[in-house]
Design a protein around this ligand. Structure first.
Ligand SMILES: [Zn+2]
Ligand SMILES: [Zn+2]
Length: 50
């Protein structure tokens, strides 16, 4: 299934991870995705900072 293109203003990483489940398939069951956790904690590394 193709990933819809990341709309402008969306964090590309969170977008990709939300749609491309194969990225998370590499993780152990119940293992947190470090990049997703990082973006959760840092609010996408300031991506949405105004
Ligand atoms: Zn992720
Ligand atoms: Zn993000």
């Amino acid at each position: 299934m193709p990933i819809p293109p990341c709309p402008p203003g969306q964090c590309p990483q969170c977008w990709t991870h939300a749609y491309d489940k194969s990225i998370h398939r590499r993780l152990a069951p119940r293992e947190d995705c470090p990049q997703c956790v990082n973006h959760m904690v840092t609010k996408c590394g300031g991506f949405y900072r105004k």
